[in-house]
Design a protein around this ligand. Structure first.
Ligand code: ZN
Length: 343
């Protein structure tokens, strides 16, 4: 009878094992391996139809999945129109791969997560004294005037520009930047009231610090991709990490920081961007007085379903005093306010 492949290999191993006793245990292992391979081969050959069936089913599953995943994506991030979103995803993925080469550890990324909106070490942060040292106090506007009476709002007002996941920044949008301090900039038109607010808080014994005001698109993309990597590091798929990231960092192209009208404000003795800020004197002061200087608490607690963003007691948005007064007094969001303006 003709020897099978298995028998030939096993007898070779036995001979080798007998010749070199030192290799005997290794040869035993090899024999077990050979037998296992041979049995698998026979099993596969015997049920090749079944295996083909499973392979086809798996292939069909893969194909159908590649259609269903984007639908899931659009439901969760109702952001942009489909083409735009797709190309953006691809871009994000490419950027992500590029940036991954920087090799951030999960621990480094975790540190960022505690800070909610992401305050990084290279992010600028200036104290009230650094900001106000070169500022002429007499340029401030008169805050005693009641601007709310008889004020006509329009959805076209520059200060009421609604930017969120559903309303990305218009393509032709431009912003004239003014300097807050050092390299820190924001829309030049909001500077007088910002300075007035910082000074007023200081007069009340509250020392505010401003961080991450204006961000350009590339910076926003960097922060967003970094957040995606964090969640992917936790084991989320790219899609899920994208959705998770968009809860805390605005999808690039839909961040108010990109239009220069938003500021993250903290204080000299509480410098992390987290919910604890609401309990500090600075957090309380800002919530009570921000509207007097045209600012609103942009992402309030309990309005997450409208803003699409988690509670951020540190993120303030300039809308002008008239609108700010109405928004803060009625505890509504910019979304609701803009919605209420008649065409
Ligand atoms: Zn912010």
């Amino acid at each position: 009878m003709k020897n099978t492949w298995r028998e030939r290999q096993v007898s070779k191993c036995i001979k080798f094992g007998n010749k070199y006793r030192f290799f005997k245990p290794l040869m035993l292992l090899l024999i077990v391996f050979i037998v296992a391979i041979d049995r698998t081969r026979i099993a596969i050959y015997g049920s090749r139809k079944k295996i083909l069936g499973v392979a086809i089913a798996f292939f069909v599953f893969l194909i159908s999945n590649s259609f269903s995943t984007p639908v899931f994506q659009y439901q969760s991030v109702v952001a942009l129109d489909q083409d735009e979103q797709e190309s953006e995803e691809i871009e994000n993925l490419e950027n992500l791969q590029e940036e991954s080469s920087e090799e951030e550890t999960i621990e480094e990324l975790q540190n960022l997560e505690i800070e909610g909106e992401v305050l990084t070490e290279e992010e600028d942060l200036y104290s009230v004294d650094e900001i106000l040292q070169n500022t002429q106090m007499n340029q401030y506007i008169d805050n005693e005037t009641d601007m709310t009476e008889g004020y006509e709002f329009s959805k076209e007002d520059w200060n009421l520009l609604l930017v969120n996941k559903q309303h990305p920044i218009p393509e032709n949008h431009t912003v004239e930047l003014g300097t807050i301090a050092g390299s820190m900039k924001c829309d030049a038109r909001i500077l007088p009231e910002l300075f007035a607010m910082l000074q007023a808080a200081k007069n009340d014994g509250i020392y505010l610090s401003v961080c991450s005001p204006y961000r350009d698109l590339s910076r926003q993309e960097m922060l967003f991709n970094r957040k995606i990597r964090l969640y992917m590091g936790y084991g989320y798929s790219y899609m899920d990490a994208y959705i998770k990231a968009s809860e805390y960092v605005m999808v690039p192209g839909s961040s108010e920081h990109q239009i220069g009208l938003a500021l993250d404000i903290i204080s000299n003795n509480y410098t992390s961007l987290d919910e604890g800020f609401e309990k500090t004197d600075a957090g309380k002061w800002l919530k009570e007085h921000c509207d007097e200087y045209g600012f609103i608490l942009r992402y309030p607690k309990g309005k997450e379903h409208i803003t699409g963003i988690g509670y951020e007691p540190w993120h303030f948005r300039y809308v002008g005093k008239a609108a700010a007064t109405i928004i803060m007094d009625n505890e509504i969001t910019l979304e609701e306010f803009v919605e209420s303006i008649s065409e």
